[in-house]
Design a protein around this ligand. Structure first.
Ligand SMILES: [Zn+2]
Length: 351
């Protein structure tokens, strides 16, 4: 859970009346949305979804709670009203305004406005802005927009800037190109790194393959063979940001799990790969722990199989899974590579 969602959930738990107008929460199991101070029974966290405004909650299909009437404006504290105005501005930034001007309009310093914002919302202005951007990207991707367009649309200067914000761990899309990638354009790039050649391929939605090995031509041929119906072509420029993140991951400076993915696999494999992407850099899990984590504690062998079938090294960090006794176990791209990656991650301080 990100910081903003955490702060919002605390406000819901505390039934914090002051936050009326700052956001609303919706409950999946009832289809109703409420203001933070609503006196209704507290929902389970996993059923709750947050929205900045009643309009967004209604747009997602929720109806207003009859008890707290969240659709009615009832903000009396002028300081909270000022913070709400800043929230609305951050959700849809207007280049002709800025924070200093908004503060001046209230007779405040920018510093004072920022402090009030953090107090009321629970996170600083910058975190709120990033959370809103990430939310816009997720909405655009759900609507089928390519990653690069979605990143620009949401106000990121580049896809690199978008990748750098960890809030963007995106879910995997179900296999859309089972027919060998018919009609899909797949770009690839390759680079020489300390662990060998890293070749990476991506659809418009995200990374679909990352291979490590000694021979670039062989890796590229392997990727092309995997998508026989797709248009596979070299695109070093278009994938420059992605290559930079992968190169950083090999050095221990970046975590490649921030990259969006577009992988094909069985439903079980996809669950395992998602679980691997949630293992923080610098940590490892045993196959048994991964199996338990996805609610299939007896499927230890199947988990090992899904790791071995991982099509995207680094981006799906199967190197972070080791044997129960701490020994390294297998690695599709060689034990020496696995050891090297775990070594740089243990030594680095990826945030
Ligand atoms: Zn309510």
């Amino acid at each position: 859970m990100d910081d903003l969602a955490q702060a919002r959930w605390r406000a819901v738990e505390a039934r914090d009346e002051r936050l009326t107008g700052v956001f609303v929460y919706a409950v999946r199991s009832t289809g109703v949305y409420c203001r933070p101070g609503c006196g209704a029974r507290r929902p389970l966290r996993r059923n709750v979804e947050f929205f900045a405004t009643p309009a967004e909650a209604m747009g997602a299909g929720y109806r207003a709670c009859r008890r707290c009437c969240p659709e009615r404006d009832r903000v009396s504290d002028p300081a909270v009203a000022a913070v709400i105005a800043v929230c609305r501005w951050l959700e849809h930034p207007d280049p002709d305004r800025d924070l200093a001007a908004m503060a001046a309009g209230l007779g405040w310093s920018e510093r004072h406005l920022r402090r009030r914002f953090s107090e009321v919302v629970g996170v600083p202005v910058g975190s709120y802005l990033r959370a809103q951007q990430a939310e816009r990207v997720r909405a655009a991707l759900r609507a089928g927009m390519p990653v690069t367009d979605a990143a620009f649309e949401a106000g990121y200067g580049s896809s690199r800037a978008f990748y750098e914000h960890g809030a963007t761990r995106l879910g995997m899309t179900p296999a859309r190109y089972r027919s060998g990638g018919a009609g899909v354009r797949i770009g690839y790039t390759a680079m020489v790194t300390p662990i060998g050649v890293v070749a990476a391929a991506s659809t418009a939605r995200g990374v679909c393959a990352v291979r490590v090995g000694p021979d670039e031509a062989a890796l590229v041929a392997e990727i092309a063979a995997e998508f026989p119906e797709a248009l596979v072509e070299r695109d070093d420029d278009g994938l420059g940001d992605l290559a930079a993140v992968l190169a950083g991951a090999v050095r221990g400076d970046d975590d490649a799990t921030v990259l969006p993915v577009d992988l094909q696999g069985t439903a079980f494999q996809v669950r395992v790969w998602e679980a691997l992407r949630a293992i923080p850099a610098g940590q490892t899990r045993s196959y048994a722990e991964v199996a338990a984590g996805i609610g299939a504690p007896r499927a230890v062998r199947a988990v090992a199989g899904a790791c071995a079938a991982n099509p995207a090294a680094l981006v799906v960090p199967c190197h972070r899974v080791v044997r129960q006794d701490g020994s390294l176990g297998g690695y599709r791209w060689g034990i020496a590579t696995k050891q090297a990656l775990l070594g740089v991650e243990a030594a680095s301080r990826i945030p």
